[in-house]
Ligand binder design. Structure first.
Ligand SMILES: Cc1cc2nc3c(=O)[nH]c(=O)nc-3n(C[C@H](O)[C@H](O)[C@H](O)COP(=O)(O)OP(=O)(O)OC[C@H]3O[C@@H](n4cnc5c(N)ncnc54)[C@H](O)[C@@H]3O)c2cc1C
Length: 382
């Protein structure tokens, strides 16, 4: 018999329980504080390495967990249930940068970089620029050949993890006359001369996550740090983002799960008209709708992740999962704010942060319009 989508194998159950226990102990108590201060506490990132969520799919001989993509999805969901700003740190590390290296990098670069990323090095994924977001391949950063190196010049924008990262996967054009076919991926070390981290954004949500500008001014990157082949960068970007967006769906499911749990707790305790507000049918129906939306979003995310792990096509399902899960996260967190009443509109409650955090799901790793474009293309193709 085929197992239900939400039935977890023993290894998956143990992993999820471990991450949940960590998130309850280490993330929930400091989520509000980190949101207000706008950065992670210093001791947090080392704890994530210790937990084993920074190299989930990296082979064990390089210090990773040797796990599946589905485990990454579970980790991001569980971390985001406590703090979505931590969920995205782990998302970019695993489903974008490690994923690109595992799939495309030459053996030496792959082993060298993934070993660091399993031990203590955070990674960033640098594609977007001020003039190229949805139209990502209109990027203007160039890579000019110079002996045994390339020199990178240009500016990246909106780069997650940039404040903490030691390595950056950077997309630059090595042959602008060839258009998008010149785009190439490079691994760039933080201490590379000619490379600086620029302005950090002051954001609406996921405020503890760093989002920065990167500035390249003739930064010298050895040819041995090219990921895959020259001109393969657009393929690497498309393929990693196709997978990465399933994990953003998981981040959104985690946010919605947290908001539902907050709401169940609060409505069971808050009294009006001499009764708990959770005893009013109208409130019960709101909770039931939230739970139903969440269930559908989780099934879509798990299905897309399971398809990916099974080596089956998943492009449409991944786009649908991200599109829908980000809608659900916004709806569920908004309902949670309302169920908390006036308190929900203040920083005293946990739900206003979740509502702000949810908004990013419709924007990064392809806006909702971009997901709809992908879905439309797939269904019209038949
Ligand atoms: C917090 C945060 C973290 C991020 N992290 C990273 C990161 O780590 N690495 C990275 O490379 N990037 C990152 N990004 C960038 C992110 O992926 C882009 O912001 C996103 O792709 C949208 O690009 P844009 O901001 O230029 O918006 P635009 O592309 O200008 O879009 C603006 C609006 O126009 C719509 N639109 C654009 N083109 C079309 C079209 N053809 N049809 C219909 N509608 C269209 C969009 O849907 C959107 O509603 C991050 C962004 C944020 C806010």
């Amino acid at each position: 018999m085929t197992a239900p989508l939400t039935a977890l194998a023993e290894e998956e159950q143990i992993f999820r329980a471990t991450v949940r226990e960590f998130a309850d102990r280490e993330l929930t108590p400091r989520a509000q504080k980190q949101d207000t201060q706008g950065h992670y506490d210093k001791d947090l990132v080392p704890k994530l390495f210790e937990l084993g969520v920074m190299a989930i799919e990296t082979p064990q001989e390089w210090g990773g967990g040797g796990g599946s993509f589905f485990l990454s999805v579970l980790a991001i969901e569980e971390l985001s249930r406590a703090d979505a700003a931590v969920g995205v740190l782990v998302d970019a590390q695993n489903t974008l940068v490690a994923n690109a290296l595992l799939r495309f990098a030459a053996p030496e670069l792959r082993q060298r970089t993934l070993t660091r990323m399993a031990k203590d090095t955070v990674a960033s994924y640098a594609l977007s620029e001020a003039g190229s977001g949805s139209d990502a391949f209109a990027l203007k950063t160039v890579a000019v050949e110079d002996g045994d190196s390339y020199r990178l010049t240009g500016q990246k924008m909106w780069i997650t993890n940039a404040a903490e990262a030691g390595v950056f996967l950077v997309m630059a054009n090595a042959n602008p006359s060839a258009g998008y076919r010149g785009i190439t991926s490079f691994i760039v070390d933080r201490d590379t001369k000619g490379f600086t981290i620029g302005k950090k954004e002051d954001k609406l949500g996921i405020r503890a996550s760093s989002t920065c500008e990167l500035v390249f001014d003739g930064a010298r990157v050895p040819k041995s740090s090219v990921v895959g082949k020259i001109g393969q960068g657009y393929k690497i970007a498309i393929e990693t983002l196709n997978e990465g967006r399933i994990a953003i769906g998981a981040q959104m499911v985690g946010i919605a799960q947290g908001a539902l749990e907050d709401s169940l707790r609060y409505t069971a305790q808050r009294k009006q008209f001499g009764k708990t507000i959770g005893s009013f049918q109208a409130v019960q129906f709101q909770l039931a709708q939230m739970a139903t939306d969440l269930e559908a979003a989780r099934l879509m995310v798990y299905n897309a992740a399971r398809l990916k792990d099974a080596g089956a096509p998943f492009l449409k399902e991944a786009a649908m999962a991200k599109l829908f899960a980000s809608q659900v996260a916004e709806r569920v967190t908004s309902a949670a704010v309302e169920l908390y009443g006036g308190l929900g509109y203040t920083r005293e409650s946990p739900v206003e942060k979740r509502w702000r955090d949810a908004k990013i799901g419709k924007i990064y790793e392809g806006t909702s319009n971009m997901q709809l474009q992908t879905i439309a293309k797939q269904i019209q193709r038949g």
